[in-house]
Design a protein around this ligand. Structure first.
Ligand SMILES: OC[C@H]1O[C@H](O)[C@H](O)[C@@H]1O
Length: 421
């Protein structure tokens, strides 16, 4: 049997220290106590450890950040990067079926990576300093993912190794109509990972920590720590643990974070809502109005655009999506959030942020793969003006008789899983 190459995590484990401390020792990026140095040195010799590409890309060993990023707003995204296997089929197979896909392609994915790439892709005048704190393995796929992210302007901080020692994988089945069904592997990141590997400091520029619903419960300590350091915190509700999908937990969550992105499917599940779309929006607005000192909530509605409920409690802001021929819905919600955050961190109004984000989310669906179409500001801007009129028929019409809202809602329900996150 081939002997497994020792990793920085093995060294950290053997020496009884964090990965960050080993990284500091290897890279000389912070003072490490003599007794700790000796323990790490011994572990390195015993294990015959040689830094891999993974180790070289740890926070302390990452290439120096380009200086021109330092004055830009900082977005630290925490969560999954994965290799997505995109299987294009005519329709979703049934149990016991055997079908031939039109093709199966490999693409970079993972909700957090998608969001980070969309945010980094906007560019001037909303350029950001984007980092992705994530988990990878020490396999060639992990090296590939880190290199791709770097090319796309995302500085990856691989703070943990995956349990299976390789890059996380996801199967994305895409049907002819562009709807997607995702099967992904477990992916763990904890508060400890961030505490052990990141030195949270106050920033002289706008800074935001963004977490995924998957890790919400384990990151509650981080939310407080980053808030204390003066950072904003945003959250995408995708993957929220079951225990957080209750009305009470939702109230606590929107009080805890500055910005919550949630799609209508998740919101309906949490509040057990079966009402037409326009009524649902009204119900949510009534609920949010009663929550004191909450953050802003952004409800994404796929082809129907998005609704922003500002923290100030002012009137809700509705923005349309861009009508497009949908190829693949994967990652549209991630792009929406990434673009929204980019503009928001630059001080754009909530309406402006939502308008651009809705366009970006729609454009993402025009290509296969969550990162198949990364729009820059120029493209978003060019698509924005015609969108205001072109999408009018898709906007939510509150003045329409019930039959109209029923019509929208029925269509909405029919689309079910097709609605993007
Ligand atoms: O949000 C979309 C992502 O979720 C899944 O985890 C896939 O990796 C895909 O890229």
């Amino acid at each position: 049997m081939q002997r497994k190459r020792p990793t920085i995590a093995d060294v950290a484990h053997a020496a009884g220290v964090s990965i960050g401390t080993v990284s500091n020792f290897i890279n000389d990026t912070a003072v490490v106590k003599d007794t700790t140095r000796e323990r790490i040195q011994k572990a390195i010799s015993d294990l015959m450890y040689r830094p891999s590409a993974f180790a070289r890309s740890l926070p302390g060993h990452a290439p120096r950040r380009p200086r021109d990023l330092e004055g830009l707003p900082r977005l630290l995204v925490v969560g999954r990067v994965s290799v997505d296997f995109l299987c294009r089929v005519d329709v979703l197979p049934h149990r016991d079926d055997r079908i031939t896909a039109r093709h199966i392609e490999k693409a970079l994915g993972g909700p957090a990576a998608n969001l980070a790439v969309a945010a980094a892709g906007i560019g001037a005048p909303f350029a950001l300093d984007v980092e992705l704190a994530t988990a990878v393995g020490d396999d060639p796929e992990s090296d590939w993912a880190l290199a791709e992210l770097s090319k796309l302007g995302v500085h990856a901080l691989p703070i943990r190794r995956t349990f299976n020692n390789r890059l996380s994988q996801a199967i994305v089945i895409i049907e002819l109509n562009g709807s997607r069904t995702i099967i992904s592997e477990p992916f763990e990141l904890s508060e400890f990972d961030l505490t052990a590997n990141m030195d949270v400091q106050a920033e002289a520029r706008p800074a935001c920590l963004h977490i995924e619903g998957f890790h919400y419960e384990s990151m509650i300590g981080s939310i407080d720590r980053f808030h204390q350091a003066g950072w904003k915190v945003s959250l995408h509700s995708a993957g929220l643990p079951r225990s957080s999908r209750t009305p009470d937990a939702f109230v606590e969550m929107v009080k805890r974070v500055d910005l919550t992105f949630i799609n209508d499917v998740m919101l309906r599940e949490i509040f057990d809502l079966r009402t037409p779309l326009a009524t649902m929006i009204q119900q949510i607005r009534d609920t949010l109005v009663r929550i004191k000192q909450r953050g802003t909530v952004v409800l994404t509605l796929g082809e129907f655009g998005a609704v922003v409920f500002p923290r100030s409690g002012g009137p809700q802001i509705e923005v349309p999506a861009l009508p497009v021929d949908r190829v693949d819905a994967t990652g549209a919600g991630d792009s929406f959030a990434g673009i929204f955050l980019g503009l928001w961190l630059h001080g754009a109004s909530l309406e402006e942020a939502a308008r651009y984000a809705a366009i970006g989310g729609s454009l993402t669906t025009t290509a296969e793969g969550a990162q198949g179409h990364v729009a820059n500001f120029e493209e978003l801007n060019a698509a924005l003006t015609p969108n205001k009129t072109m999408a009018a028929d898709k906007a939510i019409d509150h003045t329409a008789p019930d039959t109209n809202s029923e019509r929208i809602s029925a269509k909405h329900r029919r689309r079910g899983q097709e609605i993007v996150q």
